[in-house]
Design a protein around this ligand. Sequence first.
Ligand code: CA2
Length: 147
Amino acid sequence: MSCIMIINGPNLNLLGKREPEIYGTTTLAEIRDSCQKLADERGVELEFLQSNHEGAIIDWIHEARERCDAILINPGAFTHTSVAIRDALSAFNGPKVECHLSNVHTREEFRHHSYISPVVNSIIIGAGWRGYPMGLNYLIDSLADKK
Ligand code: CA2
């Protein structure tokens, strides 16, 4: 069975509890449940993770090299700062999606640049929580294409 790792970066544990006008009212636990339901329906294994620490995220990406086939990542604010997360993702060979709940291009200038975008296959922004199942479907389809 294919394994897909979903990684969430800093402050995404607050989803649904603050700033609903930007990020919506859906909590991270609800996003995890929707992704798990889709994974069950499509017959893939899911690891759904969140950390506020850059090093933990880098360690998970390294671990994914051993046990997962694809990665969906919302790096949160590390998107705009982290060469280290980009380098870790570069070393992962499977399909990768960068997902953002909000449309970062309609927001502050500092959110317009992503260190991550050049090393992923697909970018989903501004679709809210629905971006996660969209990205997950894309990754499952990509893995099926390769078989
Ligand atoms: O739109 C996204 O998904 C972001 O990755 C979210 C990050 C932000 O730094 C990126 O520029 C875009 C922030 C996540 C913080 O989430 C919160 C949720 C509720 C309350 C406060 C923060």
